[in-house]
Design a protein around this ligand. Structure first.
Ligand code: NAD
Ligand code: UGA
Length: 450
């Protein structure tokens, strides 16, 4: 099938390579000429495991030109960003621009325009009206009879995007037209049936079978995405709230999480206590859910509480350090990890940046390292006032405390004995319950957890 994908970010590019891998003819379009040039040169524009391998295994076309991608496409995915505005509502300007450009270039054959971006409930109808109006303006009032708008929310996680797209837990499609649902069903058939041969670098997980398909109306598909993200976010906030109580009563939150999680109704995943969630989606999507509900005069106290607990976790880092060090002014704190999670260089809503700001406000000096996100941090936040360290060991130089912010596996393997000798005071605050506390204590570290 001929597929056009608008937006070559984490979602658009991953979708593009995976659909191409299972046999579709894919054109990826982005307004950023530099990104398109990078892709044409065969390189991945961001750090994502297996993306480079996938780019080398498939044949994609890359363009900045809607006239090249849209007229012949049978399915057109919109995968542009939908970041938060200051008031929590999503900024839909990129979505609107993409929909308008699609309308201006729509061809005569039937096509399905698919919202893959996370968009507020009702966006399907809104996108349809923009595409229709743009088509009419371009075609002297003629009506575009031959298209439908569908929703196909994306559930991939950064750091395992390719794996999640080739071996998804489910595929959700939503449309008010049967023909559109059928087209998406045909498109996804190889993934649903798992009839493709997996790449040698990413074998199919043992026992992985057919993928469930949820076929829904537009509004339900749109709400499934927000409801799923908010639930994952509140699961994390719940364990963090329990963690705070565990700390007061002398309980071990990790044991509590395990004991709870082994109940199949609860599940062990997303119960890792610590600094809390960051990234481009949980914060923005929980804010958007609250904002959408407010438009319908509805409060969402559970989601709001999850958000509040998450921001409190970041404060807690500073409180714990203050409790142990008494004073932050003039002290040096080393941050291990900048990306919002391991295996990505994404810094959107990264807790490390927030924590660095809070420490700097209190007069501390901050040194920071990340195995892949350092260059991005340096170029995106040149005025933050942080000393960027090329090697993890350097964050320990003359440091009064270290904070493990991102659970990169490399950090477990550091020569912690050597790190202790570089520090003024060997204090470590483990923000992810990730390090071997007993070993660190044996090496003379004062070990704290969030
Ligand atoms: P991103 O910022 O990585 O990529 C968006 C891309 O769209 C950019 O390359 C940008 O240049 C391009 N773009 C913007 N306006 C355009 C236009 N008018 N025409 C063509 N290209 C345009 O974003 P992302 O992280 O891939 O997220 C995209 C959407 O998917 C968001 O709604 C997000 O909430 C959702 N989502 C993201 C993830 C994730 O893990 N990142 C997972 C699920 C869903
Ligand atoms: C999340 C969802 O997991 C995806 O299903 C969804 O598609 C995506 O958002 C989206 O809509 O963008 P992502 O943000 O890439 O994916 O990464 P996660 O693995 O969910 O981690 C998010 C944050 O939560 C990270 O900062 C991570 O460190 C934190 N986290 C995760 C915890 O603090 N505890 C946990 O138990 C799990």
């Amino acid at each position: 099938m001929k597929v056009a994908i608008i937006g070559s970010g984490y979602v658009g590019l991953t979708t593009g390579v995976c659909l191409s891998f299972v046999g579709h003819e894919v054109t990826c379009l982005d307004v950023d000429p530099q990104r398109v040039a990078t892709l044409r040169a065969g390189a991945a524009p961001f750090h994502e495991p297996h993306l480079g391998d996938m780019l080398r295994s498939v044949r994609l076309r890359y363009t900045t030109d809607y006239a090249e991608a849209i007229p012949s496409a049978e399915v057109i995915f919109i995968a542009v960003g939908t970041p938060s505005r200051g008031d929590g509502s999503p900024n839909l300007e990129y979505l609107e621009a993409a929909a308008r450009s699609i309308g201006e270039h729509l061809g005569p054959a039937y096509s399905v325009v698919v919202n893959k971006s996370t968009v507020p409930i009702g966006s399907g109808n809104w996108v349809e009206s923009i595409v229709r109006d743009a088509f009419r303006q371009k075609n002297q009032g003629q009506r575009p009879e031959n298209f439908a708008v569908a929703s196909n929310p994306e559930f991939l996680r950064e750091g395992s995007a390719i794996h999640d797209s080739l071996f998804p837990d489910r595929v959700v499609i939503g449309a008010d037209q049967q023909q559109a649902l059928e087209r998406l069903y045909s498109l996804y058939r190889p993934l649903l049936d798992q009839s493709f041969t997996p790449p040698r670098f990413l074998p199919r997980p043992d026992g992985f079978g057919a993928v469930p398909l949820i076929s829904a109306d537009l509004a339900s598909a749109e709400l499934i995405k927000y409801a799923a993200n908010a639930f994952l976010a509140l699961k994390i906030s719940y364990i963090n709230e329990i963690g705070q109580l565990a700390n007061r009563v002398g309980a071990d939150v990790q044991l509590v999480a395990r004991g709870m999680g082994l109940d199949a109704r609860i599940g062990t995943r997303f119960l890792q206590a610590g600094i809390g969630w960051g990234g481009s989606c949980f914060g923005k999507d929980t804010a958007a859910l609250v904002s959408t509900a407010a438009e319908y005069q509805l409060e969402m106290p559970i989601v709001q509480a999850a958000r509040k607990i998450n921001s409190r976790q970041r404060e807690l880092v500073v409180e714990r350090l203050l409790g142990a060090m008494k004073l932050l002014k003039g002290k040096t704190v080393g941050l291990l990890g900048l990306a919002f999670k391991p295996n990505t260089d994404d810094l959107r809503d990264a807790p490390a940046l927030d924590i660095a700001r809070k420490l700097l406000e209190r007069g501390a000096r901050v040194r920071a390292h990340d195995p892949v996100a350092l260059a991005a941090a340096r170029s995106l936040h040149p005025d933050l006032g942080v000393t960027w360290c090329e090697a993890a060991e350097e964050v320990a130089d003359e440091a009064d405390a270290l904070v493990l912010v991102t659970d990169w596996p490399d950090y477990r393997e550091l020569d912690w004995a050597a790190l202790a000798t570089r520090m003024r005071h060997p204090l470590i605050l483990d923000g992810r319950h990730f390090l071997d506390a007993a070993r660190l204590r044996a090496l003379g570290f004062q070990y704290l957890a969030v």
